[in-house]
Design a protein around this ligand. Sequence first.
Ligand code: FES
Ligand code: FES
Length: 156
Amino acid sequence: MANTQTLRMVVNGEQVELEITPSDTLAMVLRERLGLTGTKIGCEEGECGACTVLVDGLPVNSCLYPAVKAQDRSIRTVEGLSKNGELHPLQRSFVEHGAVQCGYCTPGILLSAVALLEQNPHPTDDEIRRALSGNLCRCTGYLKIIEAIQAVAASQ
Ligand code: FES
Ligand code: FES
């Protein structure tokens, strides 16, 4: 195919290799080429955070992230959070605290929270709010989300 290049990256622990074009975004590649539709698309302008995934452990807006930049990097999406059929502690806590309503923001918020707790296992409320400042939720008012993250932080 003309104007394509080979992208090699690790997605949720698995090496993948596929042909992409320079204009492909990471969100598009994850959703449309790899079938990982847990990564949501909202604004496509870097405003809502619904498309947040982790690249080498750091949250990025995958709707704006050129897929070519993912070369040789490690990507984590919401599909990679559960292990052996068990929900990630943050996923369980979100359910228990009623932090999921429509759920559209949830994958992105979970990944921002995973990155936060990996870097800072016991964040303050302000640190949690700051970590989630790029993720919009129109349903929950954030309080239950913050409580769900605090509960996991307190348990570790
Ligand atoms: S869809 Fe990427 S920030 Fe909104
Ligand atoms: S739960 Fe609906 S946007 Fe957050």
